[in-house]
Ligand binder design. Structure first.
Ligand SMILES: Nc1nc2c(ncn2[C@@H]2O[C@H](COP(=O)(O)OP(=O)(O)OP(=O)(O)O)[C@@H](O)[C@H]2O)c(=O)[nH]1
Length: 311
């Protein structure tokens, strides 16, 4: 009888907007010779990330009903069971957590005997945004937990850092997790060779007590069929990111712009706002869908901020 090897699991964590999906796409690109499955866990009702996984995967599961670190034995366990029923067993499973997930809880799940029988946790990768990881460490307990649980810490968005700045940041992060393998990247370009240079040391117990009481972060979904005026949209988003840097962490989604036939992908991680063409609307009527993630965000406030930018 054919021996069934456990499915190799890679958990990708890191705070909101650090570059997890970008890194995932790079890894999938390098693993084209394997059968890969992806689980995308998005914070908020709409899974924008699933549409951003541009590389080939055999199956992509979207979990949008909550953060899987908080609802462990529900959604994730169910999907892990479903994967085992697939006709073709995958070689590898990549789990991209939400930006606020407590990685320790998810790692713990792969230590359960019934899960371990079929799945082998290979590596937990934490993507740290070089530009704002210090601020996030001060603002949120989740960031520290994610770093502490990682086998591999990828310091991403290093393009604007000088070498001494990078070395200082590396030393600060190493103090949080001295056992991880560290590498610096731009655009999440982690090589598979580097990934496997790291020893698997993920031990949630070593990372302190799990987070309890849920996350203090929430998401607000904004939808409108009225197109945005581009200049006004950029102005209001830029203005509010500068006014509320401690409250607003991440914006992403697709927007309809006045005078434009195609849809645009809007992404912001605090300091930069990117707007990139994202193809035609196909059969869908143009409509903007934006997810805002931050601390104690209110739907009414987001609507008030965006209304002046709608045409
Ligand atoms: N300047 C710069 N931008 C980057 C880099 N890596 C990723 N980005 C951009 O940062 C934004 C967020 O990247 P994602 O890969 O979606 O980040 P994420 O961690 O998956 O985001 P969430 O799923 O929302 O938590 C996108 O606009 C990326 O194009 C980098 O190294 N440098």
């Amino acid at each position: 009888m054919e021996e069934r090897l456990p499915i190799k699991v890679y958990i990708i964590t890191g705070f909101l907007g650090a570059g997890k999906t970008t890194l995932l796409n790079n890894l999938l690109q390098q693993y084209q010779d394997r059968r890969n499955i992806v689980i995308e866990n998005e914070f908020g009702k709409v899974n924008i990330d699933a549409s951003l996984v541009t590389q080939q995967t055999d199956t992509l599961y979207e979990l949008t009903s909550g953060c899987i670190c908080c609802s462990l034995d529900n959604d994730l366990l169910e999907v892990l069971g479903d994967i085992l029923q697939l006709e073709q067993r995958p070689d590898q499973l990549f789990i991209e957590t939400t930006g606020i997930a407590d990685a320790g809880n998810i790692i713990g799940m792969f230590q359960m005997p019934q899960v371990k029988k079929h799945y082998a946790l290979e590596k937990t990768i934490c993507v740290a945004d070089a530009e704002n990881v210090r601020t996030r460490l001060e603002q949120t307990p989740e960031t520290g937990r994610q770093l502490a649980c990682a086998d591999v810490v990828v310091i991403n968005k290093t393009g604007s850092l000088t070498v001494p700045e990078l070395v200082t940041l590396y030393q600060e992060l190493e103090a949080i997790n001295p056992l991880a393998f560290y590498t610096a990247t731009e655009n999440g370009q982690l090589s598979v060779a580097d990934l496997h240079r790291a020893a698997s040391i993920a031990r949630p117990a070593a990372a302190g007590a799990p987070l309890t009481g849920g996350h203090k972060i929430n998401s607000v979904l904004f939808e409108s069929s009225r197109p945005f005026d581009l200049d006004r949209l950029l102005y209001v988003l830029d203005f509010h990111f500068n006014v509320y840097p401690d409250q607003l962490y991440r914006i992403k989604g697709y927007v309809a712009l006045k005078g434009e036939q195609e849809r645009f992908l809007l992404q912001s991680t605090g300091r930069y706002l990117h707007l990139t063409p994202a193809g035609s609307w196909g059969n869908d009527a143009p409509a903007s869908v934006l997810v805002f993630i931050g601390r104690e965000l209110k739907t009414a406030t987001i609507e008030r901020i965006l209304q002046p930018a709608l045409k």
